[in-house]
Design a protein around this ligand. Sequence first.
Ligand SMILES: [Zn+2]
Length: 178
Amino acid sequence: MQKNIVLVPFGHIDSSIINHLSQELDFAFQIPVKFKETQVVPRVAFNLHRNQYRANIFLEVLANLNLSDRALGLTDVDLYNNRHDYVFGATDPQRKVALVSIIRLNPGFYKMLEDIKTYYSRITKEAIYELGFLFNLSKCPQEDCVMHPVANIVDLDLKSERFCGNCSIKLKEFLGRE
Ligand SMILES: [Zn+2]
């Protein structure tokens, strides 16, 4: 069951981002990464007053695709939920869907110089973090672990792209049972 990860772009996402991320996810989870055709950004998710999109709607769209794999949606629109002014991503472990917005991961968003290495690293960390919940992992207290929750971009830059020892063992055990 759900042996693969499938990447689902909402709107245009640069193919170099998708290719880089698929390699990183393959490496992190040791399972194949597949691709689904580009989906339309759900207009119903747009909040005119906030000029942002509700993350939950994207998760619903992903769940309704009824993919037999774990799905990771990618979008470049700004996301929020009921509890936060903005979110880098979202996840629904029960329905095996996760989501990342790349807009706030781009150094350009903060008026910083273009920096592909930092940009891609942030996307990798956020994607592994959100997907981790679909593999039975949870928030990790280890500050450098990729499953450590972050509140802002500074914290995201501080943690690594890798699982700590405990999370690695949990993941291996889970994948072995599947
Ligand atoms: Zn950990």
